[in-house]
Design a protein around this ligand. Structure first.
Ligand code: SIN
Length: 554
């Protein structure tokens, strides 16, 4: 069968390599192959390899970080399959760092160095080139891909999924020359990453504009957990500053406010190594109260710091800071979407013909807050499972979230998304005068401001209602460029994330409501959403999709 895979991070490359053994594979990616969030991953891959570790311990830490909201079956799959998948990477030649400490050998007698990050009870994060793990994995997987028989279409942007009789049968793209093109497929695997650019400050690369999740939404797929957006606690707080890995805190660096006070000790017993959402909110509060927060690595041996984190040493020096001698300013930034296209443990979505893996997917393994360094592992584990399930008979009942029942809210009250096929010209349904709405070039800037100010680290009912109104007033004209398609995707997702955040009237993990500061034990851990489709809203393929039956996700 012909399989189109969209995206070229760890999940897309792994799925393509695996699927190419049995299928004819086309890999479509918006930038160059290496333009993926994976290339920027620093900390590493969390995996239970140590003699003192187990899948059960890894699963327990994953659940604690997730505020108890992760799907137990999916977490079990992640932590149990993980070691074999990391050994696959070793076999492909990923140059994971080694240790010369004989006491650190893993259960297989391997000498992989293992780091620690927040909320991990064990040292279990394997890394490469110190803080360049993602780049090393990406390079190795791209080399492996080139040894396979896979058609690679770079600089090709997904614009929509193609539906026929309710099934996904291909993708519409803008090709290398910016021309619309349709690629037919027997199956489509979304591995198109997250949507960090919903927010003004993000650790994500420019390509992370939620194209895959938005296309799946427009096609009628069930999406879930959209309100859970992870803010990484420590982005280098200078213009254009990137991620400063949590592994630095794992090695002993601490956080100080502008007075030099180690404020996290008063916030959580695990201080700087508390779950990520707790540290991010702690830093935001300290910045609000005292103006700035600094990561202080001065307690670490300078030679160790530079050797363990060579990339970050270069990045901080380039920003004017010698972190062997002084603190570096840090602030939270949008980092990861826990939610996405709802899938089962084989990557299958609610739409026949469509699978999703990696950050675009919502397997339920992250719950309300992802455990550090579980994202690369998730990409690996579920990409392999999804590739192996391609072409297998589809179960009558698709379990999208373990044993739990997740009611799907069919959304009818969001503004209709713009279809790429909409005729160009006319006013495209503008509801206000030209002075009311921003120019198209401003849409992204406005939505990022709204999301950052009202749907960010801290939320409340008034802010979310304001966001709903502001986002409803934005429009993206029938897009013809990659930028236009990205803006359309961001706007679709922004409305959904705001809507989901409004619906969850409690605080849970990364979703913090100042007007509902406690977790409601009776609230469902997961909220799922699908569009109510009509022929008019689906002009590409005309047929009405049946509303998603509740038992489809039971
Ligand atoms: C980090 O190195 O802190 C990021 C790793 C992750 O997002 O899990």
């Amino acid at each position: 069968m012909h399989v189109v895979i969209v995206g070229s991070g760890i999940a897309g490359l792994t799925a393509a390599i695996r699927a190419s053994t049995h299928h004819d594979v086309t890999l479509v990616t918006k930038g160059a192959l290496a333009d993926a969030a994976t290339s920027h991953a620093q900390g590493g891959v969390a995996v239970a390899l140590g003699a003192d570790d187990s899948a059960a311990l890894h699963a327990a830490d994953t659940q604690i970080a997730a505020a108890g909201s992760a799907d137990a079956r999916a977490v079990d799959v992640l932590c149990t399959d993980g070691p074999a998948r990391v050994r696959d990477l070793l076999a492909l030649g990923v140059p994971f760092d080694r240790t010369d400490d004989p006491g650190s050998l893993d259960r297989h007698g391997d000498d992989l160095a293992r780091g620690r990050e927040a909320a991990h009870g064990r040292w279990r994060v394997v890394h490469a080139a110190g803080d360049a793990t993602g780049a090393a994995i990406e390079r190795t997987l791209i080399a492996a891909l080139h040894r396979r028989h896979v058609t690679i279409l770079e600089r090709t942007c997904l614009t929509d999924l193609v539906l026929r009789d309710g099934a996904v049968v291909g993708v519409d793209v803008l090709d290398l020359l910016g021309e619309p093109r349709r690629i037919e497929a027997d199956a489509v695997v979304l591995a198109s990453g997250g949507a960090g650019h919903l927010y003004r400050e993000t650790t994500n690369p420019l390509v992370a504009t939620g194209d895959g999740a938005a296309a799946a939404w427009r096609a009628g797929a069930v999406l879930a957990d959209l309100e859970y957006v992870q803010f990484h606690p420590t982005r280098l707080a200078v213009p254009g500053g990137g991620l400063v890995s949590e592994a630095v805190r794992g090695e002993g660096a601490v956080l100080r406010d502008a007075r030099g006070h180690r404020f996290m000790r008063a916030v959580h017993p695990d201080a700087e190594l508390a779950p990520r959402d707790v540290v991010a909110r702690g830093i935001a509060a300290a910045i609000r109260d005292h103006g700035a927060v600094f990561l202080d690595a001065g307690g670490l041996d300078a030679a160790f710091l530079v050797g363990r984190f060579p990339g970050l040493t270069r990045a901080t020096l380039a920003a004017g800071f010698d972190w062997t001698r002084e603190g570096v300013p840090v602030a939270p930034a949008a980092h990861y979407s826990m939610g996405g296209v709802a899938t089962d443990a084989e990557g299958r979505t609610s739409l026949p013909g469509l699978s999703a893996v990696g950050e675009v997917a919502c397997t339920g393994v992250h719950g309300a807050n992802r455990l550090a360094s579980n994202s690369l592992l998730e990409g690996l584990v579920f990409a392999v499972r999804a590739a192996d399930a391609l072409g297998a008979p589809r179960p009558g009942r698709l379990r999208l979230r373990g044993d739990a029942t997740v009611p799907v809210t069919t959304v009818t009250d969001l503004p209709e998304p713009v279809r790429a096929s909409r005729p160009v010209g006319g006013d495209h349904g503008r509801t206000g005068g030209p002075d009311r709405l921003p120019e198209p070039a401003d849409v992204r800037r406005v939505l990022q401001s709204v999301m950052t100010e009202r749907v960010g680290l801290l939320r409340d009912a008034a802010g979310l209602a304001f966001a709903r109104r502001e986002l409803a007033a934005l429009t993206v004209e029938a897009p013809t460029t990659v930028r236009g398609h990205e803006d359309r995707a961001l706007l679709d997702l922004a409305r959904l994330v705001a809507r989901a955040a409004e619906a969850r009237t409690e605080s849970r993990g990364a979703h913090a409501r100042t007007d509902h500061p406690h977790t409601d034990p009776d609230a469902p851990a997961s909220l799922a959403w699908a569009r109510a489709l009509t022929p008019a809203s689906n002009p590409v393929t005309a047929p009405v999709l049946a509303p998603v039956p509740e038992e489809a996700i039971a």
